[in-house]
Design a protein around this ligand. Structure first.
Ligand SMILES: Nc1ncnc2c1ncn2[C@@H]1O[C@H](COP(=O)(O)OP(=O)(O)OP(=O)(O)O)[C@@H](O)[C@H]1O
Ligand SMILES: [Mg+2]
Length: 497
């Protein structure tokens, strides 16, 4: 006989509250998490107010979203109001049923919410001092009279006001270390900039957010509209059937900006620190300027910013946290991301190294000093090496025909090693065609001839293997390459003019 011994064990309210307050938000991620809720509620206007009042002020976030019924509000104020395992609506930013409470409590001790749906207003208030005193989860059904004026009313037919005061953690309310007014507003400015970055996609499309009356301007890390930036080819990877979109960008060389634009494009952390991956979940940036330990952040690579987009269905793969600010790159795509990043970092490095010379006077050099050029026609685009680069021209002048031919073949192989060809893992949706086209066939022949002309003892098998490992040929099977060699290359009489 099996006997179940269970005791219903209610968590103690006071210590749980303290723990919830300390899950690692900062002011920026906390405000962003509350804004997420307004975005989910289909708001297109969010008005945020920070009142200092010598540390006795408040934070008020008012939206014109769909609002909540009293039942919905009661549920929303419950800690863990939704099951994180549930499927969320397309584009929904929420996941854990925690953010409203945890983000608010990370800044202050009292959270009042007034919401209106179809003209009917409801309100609730958590007062953490009261919860701690009573050691019970007691939620007030109405907003305390002393703050009613400050909280205000929802204008229009629907919307929600989130009001947080007793800002002990935000600005030292009730302590001896109340934040000075200057520092308080510096903090507000940092939040302003942070929201301009993480919500830039929505701000560009439809959303208006104001902070103390100032409208936010979207800060686009990829300098949308700048014709000098290089936009790499979009790559699509899959993890557990979920699609991940990757769009690499190499931004223009610093010499192409005026001082103001250059500083602005540097973003909150500055050019060097802003390089890296920018990860978006449902159009909301959840991670920015980070190589996730794959590369150092060096100055020559600072032009690279790589956009990565995933959907909320993939939250588990990315281990998104309540704060929507910590994520982990799924192991399955790490190598692919590294290959993409490596390639674009190289372009940045070359641009940084060679372009610096263009700013010098003299102007004898015709054409461009870029090592890579983006060639586009109506159907396709590709990065081509600048074959008229003065350094290359100088080198080619000094060598004989045979060496020149070898260098040209080698350069062609470099070109073929574009990210399109670099990434051939099983994750790729775009598969390279397996048959060998005329160009690749010619390159196989040329390259095999060169390899056979060396002193190394080689057979068709070995040469095919070597070529198959070279970037540009990954899509072609060894056997196919071998057949081309056997058919077209005279193995016994190496071509060595
Ligand atoms: N401004 C708002 N307008 C309308 N409904 C809201 C608003 N803020 C919160 N809600 C409702 O309250 C619920 C709880 O919000 P909360 O932020 O705590 O959790 P969540 O958004 O579901 O998930 P997460 O913890 O990932 O943020 C939301 O799912 C939403 O239904
Ligand atoms: Mg939320």
């Amino acid at each position: 006989m099996v006997i179940f011994l269970e005791i219903h064990t209610q968590p103690s309210a006071a210590p749980v509250i303290q723990a919830l307050r300390s899950i690692g938000y900062n002011a920026q991620t906390a405000i962003a998490d509350i804004v997420d809720n307004s975005v989910d509620a289909k708001a297109d206007y969010i008005d945020i107010e920070f009142e200092y009042d010598m540390g006795d002020g408040y934070i008020r976030i008012a939206d014109n979203g769909i609002g909540m019924t009293e039942g919905e509000l009661q549920k929303a104020m419950t800690i863990g109001s939704k099951d994180p395992r549930d499927k969320r609506a397309k584009e929904e930013l929420g996941r854990f049923g925690m953010g409203l409470k945890t983000a608010s409590f990370s800044m202050g001790k009292r959270l009042c919410v007034i919401t209106k749906k179809d003209g009917v207003t409801s309100e609730r208030c958590w007062d953490l001092d009261y919860v701690s005193d009573k050691n019970e989860w007691l939620l007030h059904k109405s907003v305390p009279n002393e703050v009613r004026n400050r909280v205000g009313q929802v204008e229009g037919n629907s919307g929600t006001i989130v009001f947080i005061d007793r800002l002990d953690r935000f600005c030292g309310y009730g302590s001896h270390k109340v934040l000075k007014q200057d520092s308080y507003y510096s903090k507000v400015r940092r939040i302003h900039k942070y929201l301009e970055m993480v919500f830039h996609v929505m701000l560009e499309k439809y959303l208006l957010i104001t902070i103390n009356g100032n409208a936010l301007c979207p800060w686009n890390p990829f300098l949308e509209g700048n014709s000098r930036r290089i936009e790499g080819e979009e790559q699509i990877l899959r993890v557990n059937k979920n699609i991940i979109r990757i769009t690499p960008y190499v931004l223009p060389h610093p010499s192409t900006f005026n001082q103001v634009d250059y500083k602005y494009a540097g973003g909150v952390k500055g050019w060097r620190d802003q390089q890296g991956f920018y990860i978006y979940r449902e159009n909301r940036m959840v991670s920015f300027g980070d190589w996730f330990g794959m590369f150092p952040k060096d100055v020559p690579s600072e032009l690279v910013r790589i956009k990565i987009e995933f959907s909320n269905a993939a939250d588990n793969d990315w281990k998104i946290d309540v704060k929507k600010s910590t994520i982990f790159i799924p192991d399955e795509i790490k190598e692919d991301l590294k290959a993409i990043a490596k390639y674009y970092r190289q372009i940045s490095q070359e641009m940084m190294l060679y372009r610096t010379k263009t700013t010098r006077t003299g102007g004898k050099i015709k054409g461009t000093l870029n090592t890579w050029e983006l060639a586009t026609d109506n159907i396709d685009s590709a990065y081509l090496l600048n074959r008229t680069h003065p350094v290359l021209t100088d080198i080619l002048k000094t060598v004989d025909n045979n060496v020149r031919r070898k260098i040209n073949i080698y350069l062609k192989l470099i070109e073929l090693g574009s990210p399109n060809n670099l990434l051939k893992s099983g994750n790729m949706v775009k598969k390279e065609r397996q048959q060998v086209d005329g160009k690749s066939r010619k390159l196989i022949i040329d390259y095999a001839e060169i390899l056979f002309s060396t002193d190394i003892e080689l057979d068709a098998e070995k040469v095919a293997e070597t070529i198959s490992m070279m970037s540009g040929f990954e899509g072609i099977e060894i056997d196919t390459i071998k057949k081309v060699i056997e058919k077209e290359v005279n193995i016994n009489e190496p071509n060595n003019p």
